[in-house]
Structures are given as structure tokens and as C-alpha cells.
Design a protein around this ligand. Sequence first.
Ligand SMILES: Cc1cc2nc3c(=O)[nH]c(=O)nc-3n(C[C@H](O)[C@H](O)[C@H](O)COP(=O)(O)OP(=O)(O)OC[C@H]3O[C@@H](n4cnc5c(N)ncnc54)[C@H](O)[C@@H]3O)c2cc1C
Ligand SMILES: NC(=O)c1ccc[n+]([C@@H]2O[C@H](COP(=O)([O-])OP(=O)(O)OC[C@H]3O[C@@H](n4cnc5c(N)ncnc54)[C@H](OP(=O)(O)O)[C@@H]3O)[C@@H](O)[C@H]2O)c1
Length: 448
Amino acid sequence: MARPMRVAVIGAGPAGIYTADTLTKSDTPCEIDLFDRLPAPFGLVRYGVAPDHPRIKQIVHALHRVLDQPGVRLFGNVHYGRDVRLDDLRAHYDAVIMATGCERDRPLDIPGIDLPGSFGAAEFVKWYDGHPDVPRHWPLDAVHVGVIGAGNVALDVARVLAKSAEDMLDTEIPDDVFRGLVGNRATDVHVFARRGLAQAKFTPLELRELDHVPGVEIVVDPADVEFDEGSMAEIRSSKQTQMIVKTLQGWALRDRQDEPRRLHLHFLRRPVEVLGTERVTGLRTERMQLAGDGSVRGTGQLTDFPLQAVYRAVGYLGSHVAELYFDHDAGVIPHDAGRVLAMDGQLVPSVYAVGWIKRGPVGLIGHTKGCALETVGSLLTDAPGLVPAVYPEPSAIVDLLIERGVEYTSWDGWLRLDKHERQLGESRGRERMKVVSRSEMLDVSRSQ
Ligand SMILES: Cc1cc2nc3c(=O)[nH]c(=O)nc-3n(C[C@H](O)[C@H](O)[C@H](O)COP(=O)(O)OP(=O)(O)OC[C@H]3O[C@@H](n4cnc5c(N)ncnc54)[C@H](O)[C@@H]3O)c2cc1C
Ligand SMILES: NC(=O)c1ccc[n+]([C@@H]2O[C@H](COP(=O)([O-])OP(=O)(O)OC[C@H]3O[C@@H](n4cnc5c(N)ncnc54)[C@H](OP(=O)(O)O)[C@@H]3O)[C@@H](O)[C@H]2O)c1
């Protein structure tokens, strides 16, 4: 190709941005346009990572450097499937890479799950992270709260619910989130893991962090500390599991403290039913026992926990990506080393996938780098055979967006919003305060 290869990346989260980074570092000259349906970039780094994890939010600086290069453009507030379709992208680019991530809760099919007072973690996370598309009021009137699941999202949700609002005040949370948290009445947050200590999916750092939350006591029932042969094998083979088990055992053995709030970590308790008629009044759980290989089986022994709210943090799920075949159970785009597959298993020419929409909702931000390497490797291998874009001039896609009346945001627009949010934060002695409303984000980003 006599001109640079033109690539459209749909989704400006870590996977999309690391894909752009990998492409710009390759020997093949490339021009990359990233599209995101949100007016701001960074995906779950901005709208998933907990606000009290500023160290992780700093990854934004590395992602920022990738977007701040010639040859990489950002088009925010552009919804693939609505504002642009696959044919448009194929006409303007030589290749299209889907990096749309996973944004909703995996369903938990138990009776009572739809009662008022039962929430998905993803929605709560979006609320406290100031996502423009969720209602700005969150009911925090429950005194005893349940969180189902034993992954890092469950820990985030439980920690935010257990923390005092004042301890969130130095973060980037918007004012309405702070006001909501001030009204939080929770004194006891119960996390329910359906398997044992050695099967928990927490990471050691995030688990140990709980013990440093001011005013919160961590409670682990010694009766929950159980291991089978499968657990022992897991502990022997994984340093991470060793650390998690050691931390949890330590908490189970120590004397009770006298803190104003408690975070209870329950193991071997399967959620059976969210109780209540008008709204949530509790959670029925079944005691599980380890089966020998690290899996669990029910004992039939039921325990009801009186609770006024239940959050399910049982994993995220990807949403169907317009015009592509989708595996609805796994919530992913079927692929072969990043090359998107059609329903009949054939390759969809010039379309690729990367990140959580390719691999499913598991793994840290850093893991999307390796994923990007694989997808870009496939694309570069295929490059000589790709059907060239009909309208490869960089201005052509801009003309199309303008013609369609799409109020897109740009990299310069993000720099304006970034500066504005920092100034808002500064006036309150904080590093940043997020702008939440989409229209305000657009006004600031699109102002000249
Ligand atoms: C609550 C939570 C907290 C987390 N905290 C951490 C943490 O502390 N540390 C860590 O290492 N990892 C953390 N992770 C994991 C990390 O966020 C993921 O590994 C990573 O974000 C996945 O990247 P991605 O680019 O595939 O998806 P995403 O980050 O979800 O990015 C996808 C992007 O695609 C855009 N998009 C979707 N559909 C469209 C469309 N139709 N048109 C245009 N754009 C679209 C979205 O707006 C989004 O910006 C967390 C995950 C969650 C759920
Ligand atoms: N600070 C951080 O680094 C951070 C923060 C948030 C998220 N993340 C990452 O983001 C990814 C997603 O995290 P996640 O917490 O959403 O997912 P996850 O790690 O897969 O954890 C999901 C949890 O839900 C449980 N679960 C699933 N179905 C269930 C059911 N029907 N009933 C009861 N429990 C059920 C799982 O139990 P089983 O194991 O028994 O299936 C597991 O404990 C992970 O890789 C995580 O590490 C990282």
C-alpha cells in the first residue's frame, strides 16, 4: 500500500488504546481513528476503576500518551451501530477493530432478583464513577447490605458501601455521589462467596486493602475456613492463592474489634433467593461443602440473612456488537486469534476484535496489552490481502460525521474537558472532579 494503512478502532478503552499503541510501534505505517460512544476516552479506567484507587487511575497518563500522537485521532460521542455502521467503516478504513468491552452485569437467575433494593454492581459502579448514562440518584438507605460474588468488583462495591463518605472526599467523585454517600446508612456489608477461601477470585492487594479502611472491621467466620484436596493443590501451586488464604485465615483467627461498621466475608454460601415481597428483606443462602476437587455441592442447609439491599457482582457481560455474529452466552465476539468469525465459522474480512469483547470480562488493564499484540499480529499478517478503503482521506470520515449531524468530540476536546475537570477539582482541593452530564461534557469538549 502506497499510503499508511487506515484502521478504525471501536472503543477507546485500554484494549482499543493499546491496540493503537501496538500499531503505531509496528513497521507498517498506520493512521488510527478511535471511536467511542462516550464523549471521553479510557473506558472502564474512567467508568469502572474505583475512585478510591487513584494509583490505578494513573494508568490514564500512559494511555494519554498513546492518544497524544500524530497518526492517532479520537472521535468521542460516536456510537457504532447507530452513528456509523460497518459499511461506512469499511468504506473509510482498510481494517476495523472492535474493542467495545463489557459494560453490563451478567444476570443472576434466582427468585427475587428483580425486587426493588436488588441491584447490579455494574450500575452502582457507573453511578459512583459518574457515568453519563445512569440516573444520578442512588438509594443508600439500607443498614444491612449483601454483595453476591467473590471477585474484585464485589470487593470494590463492598468497600465503597462500607466506607465513610468523608474517606471518599479526596477522590474524583462528583458532588452528587458524595452527597449520596453522606446519606449511606450501611453498618454491615455482607459479601457472599459460593465457594471456599482458596477459590476466591480476589487479588491479594485489593483484599488486604480492606483492612485499612478506617472505621471498618473485617469479619471472617472461622467455621468458613475449610479446605479440600483441590484447595490444597491450588494453595501449593499459586502464590496468589497462598496470600489470599493467609490473609483470610488471619482475619478469621484474630479477636473482634469494635468499629462502627463491619464488612463480613462469608464463604461456602450459595445465594438461593432474594427475600421480600414489596422490596428486599433478606437473602436466603445454602451452605455448600467442598467436594474434593475445589468444586462445591449443596448441603441443603439454608440460612436467611436479613438485609435491605442486595448487590450482585457475579461478573460482567458483553453486549451484541451491531452487524456481527455474537456468542450471547459468553457475551463475546467469536474470533480466531482476533480475526472476527461469522456464524458459519468463516472469517469476516477486515474485521478484528480485542479486549474484553474478544476474551470475556476477566483480567486486569495490563492484560489487554497482550491481547492487543495478538490481534494486531493477525491484522499485520493479513494486511497485504485487505480490501483497500474507498475513501482513505482522513477528512472523509469527518465529512460523513458532520453530514450526519454527529456531535463528535476530539482529542483536543478531551484536553479541554480534562483541564476543566482539574480546575473544578482544584477549587475544592482535589486533583479532579468529574463532569457527569453528557451535554455538559459535550459543551466543554466542543467549545472553542
Ligand atoms: C468495576 C471494575 C473495576 C475494575 N478495576 C480495575 C482495576 O482497578 N485495575 C485493573 O487492572 N483492572 C480493573 N478492571 C478491569 C479493566 O477495567 C479491564 O481489564 C479493561 O477495562 C478492559 O478493557 P476494554 O478496552 O476491553 O473494555 P472497556 O474498558 O470497557 O472499554 C470499551 C470501550 O468501548 C466503548 N464502546 C462500547 N460500545 C461501543 C459502541 N457501540 N460504539 C462506540 N464505542 C463503544 C465503551 O464506551 C468503552 O469506552 C476493572 C473492571 C471493572 C468492571
Ligand atoms: N482492583 C482491581 O484490580 C480490579 C477491580 C475490579 C475488577 N478487576 C478485574 O476485573 C475482572 C472482573 O471482575 P469481577 O469481580 O466482575 O469478576 P470475577 O473475578 O470473575 O468474579 C465473579 C465472582 O462472581 C461469582 N459468581 C458467578 N456466578 C455466580 C452465581 N451464580 N452465584 C454466586 N456467585 C457467582 C464467582 O464465583 P465462582 O468463582 O464460584 O464462579 C466469582 O466469585 C477480574 O479479572 C478482576 O480481577 C480488577
